[in-house]
Design a protein around this ligand. Structure first.
Ligand SMILES: [Zn+2]
Length: 351
């Protein structure tokens, strides 16, 4: 991945280039993105640039041996850590990212803007929660203790450190604090508030900005499979739910809650929650007269304007907080039927 392949986020790319050029390379960086905004491509382009033998014009060459291996995600000094669990695609009893790295590569090569749900699907653990367990820490410490194959930087791209438990963090902490020479940790998070403080406080933070509508279209156009089905289904559910809630139709609203709870995996239920929270933010933006940054398409504008007029002050903020609670409870295996009926009820009471 070269910086020129990145969609959007020029400022972040430029900051990374100047960090590399200056030689003042932070050994632990935390990239915070909203899902799908390109933190992984940025991390890959950054490492490729750092290790490139013929950098020029603020980008890697794409041709040298290091670049070629980075392009295939098989650079021997670059490792990947991501949340895993037991599943049909590995026989390992205590699986680590290594157990699934083949599927990770296939996914990231096909679409580096993949979502957490895409990853779960790719490694065959859709119905489980991915975790970064202590076996992972041991594996990483072993890998980083080996001498590098090339003369450049060794690195770990750590996808979703918020899925790491305390024990794993404790094991890794020393290495993150005092890494071996020319060793980098690049953490990619969607929820910085959930990253353990001990790790968070040792990182240089970089905010990967949300993509514009046009940039999102570019990302979509590059995707191998079009995923409009989910978005359409989610929009319909959200539309029905908000109409039921604002017209004080409790039965109708509860039926929507049941339909959401019936989405066929926890990841999909969480994806709906994120989608709904984004939609409610749009209503909030309109209520704040911030239409220019609300990112609402022409065909959906009438719906959002109607909702902005009907939802009382405070509704959006409370509902987003309630949706976030639901997401964390889904992770704790609470019955989704109860969660979504409760959510709908609260929306109903707050309207
Ligand atoms: Zn190169």
């Amino acid at each position: 991945m070269r910086f020129s392949d990145i969609i959007g986020n020029r400022t972040v790319a430029e900051a990374m280039v100047s960090m590399a050029d200056s030689g003042r390379v932070a050994h632990a960086v935390l990239l915070y993105e909203n899902e799908g905004c390109g933190a992984l491509p940025l991390a890959l382009a950054y490492l490729q640039y750092l290790n490139c033998e013929h950098r020029s014009g603020g980008d890697s060459c794409g041709q040298c041996p290091s670049c070629r291996q980075m392009e295939k995600l098989i650079h021997p000094d670059v490792h990947f850590v991501f949340p895993v669990n037991k599943g049909p695609k590995t026989t390992d009893d205590k699986p680590t990212s290594e157990s699934y790295v083949k599927y990770w590569r296939e996914l990231a090569l096909a679409d580096p803007y993949f979502s957490e749900a895409d990853l779960q699907k790719a490694i065959g653990i859709e119905s489980k929660n991915g975790l970064i367990a202590v076996a992972e820490a041991k594996s990483i410490i072993n890998k980083l203790s080996l001498a590098p194959v090339y003369d450049g930087y060794k690195a770990v791209i750590f996808y979703l450190p918020e899925k790491m438990n305390q024990e794993t963090a404790n094991r890794l902490l020393k290495m993150v604090e005092e890494p071996p020479q020319k060793t980098l940790f690049l953490f990619i998070t969607h929820a910085p508030e959930k990253v353990l403080q001990t790790i968070f406080s040792r990182c240089q933070n970089i905010r990967v900005m949300p993509l514009t509508k046009e940039e999102q279209q570019l990302v979509k156009a590059r995707r191998p499979v079009v995923e409009d089905d989910d978005a359409n289904q989610f929009m319909e559910l959200f539309f029905d739910l908000m109409n039921a809630v604002t017209s004080r139709d409790l039965m109708g609203a509860l039926e929507c809650g049941e339909s959401i709870a019936a989405l066929d995996s926890r990841e999909k239920q969480k994806a709906f929650c994120n989608f709904a929270a984004d939609c409610i933010r749009k209503i909030f933006m309109l209520q704040q007269n911030l239409q220019q940054i609300a990112d609402i398409s022409e065909e959906e504008f009438a719906f959002y304007a109607d909702m902005a007029a009907k939802c009382p002050k405070g509704f959006c903020v409370k509902t987003i907080a309630n949706i976030e609670k639901v997401v964390s409870m889904i992770d704790r295996n609470v019955s989704s039927k109860i969660l979504f009926c409760d959510l709908v009820n609260r929306m109903f009471m707050n309207i």
